[in-house]
Design a protein around this ligand. Sequence first.
Ligand code: PML
Length: 286
Amino acid sequence: MSRKELPALYSIRMRAFLEKKHLAGGEDIVDTSSLPTRILELFDQGMSTSSKNPLAPPHSINIRIDPVHMEEIRNIPLLPVFCLKSTSHEKTWAFLKKAFERMEAIFGTPAMVTYRHAKNLLSKDHTTLSGASLLPPGGEQLTPDGTGIRVTHFGIRPGLRTELMQESAVHLAGSGRRFIEALQISSKILSHQETAFELCFSDNPDYTTGYLSVRGVGYIRLPFVKHPGLPSGGRIIGIRKSFDQATLSEIIHYLTEVPVLFTSRNPLHPPENDDDLLSRFQATDG
Ligand code: PML
């Protein structure tokens, strides 16, 4: 490859493991000049994220670097961010129940089914998957490859990351790397036309904020969704219709392989109460 043909950008993907168990991950898409710094930051992230985990330190860290050609990249915006004004676990779950009912009216997934799968993510017997399960309106949860779909190949313009970190410092749910990464994952998920919503609870026992992202609304942060000390968590992606094998393969390909770069963002709203947030749930064609 001649110098002229060198790719302008690189995807860096880090995963930290304890034996075969996934402990932590992080990634970005950066230009050549930022590559060494970002590789080191992601390495530190692999080491330090895990130090908050009772299972730390990691046994191994994989860092993979792949060239990304400009013409492959989709530039997409980050979702608008909301935050539930909640003071307790009970209040957050009362909101979630109402949100699932609204989602049933819009997307067809029965609220009871979504609720059952959501509770299951936090049950003590739940095996936390490293990826997301899919939930079509029929309610038959699907876990591709037995481990779920790991959303990868995304990156964010550095200026946007800094802005979001600073603005979210005053959010009820706080600021931090986990939030910025989760916002990117969810924004990639909802940028696929067949997805309806995503629900996520961290498997970090100390991280009690989760989120619900809904098509047509945005990314809603959920303080106190988990009781502290609970090591279970996971992700569910709601799908807009029942799908055939070709659609499923296409969704998986997009989420796991197509590189997306977040080059713009939407507002980060101040915390809102249940009713104000629920009034934002609308049927959408987009
Ligand atoms: C994770 O542990 O990766 C999930 C992080 C959820 C972040 C929720 C938020 O702070 O908005």
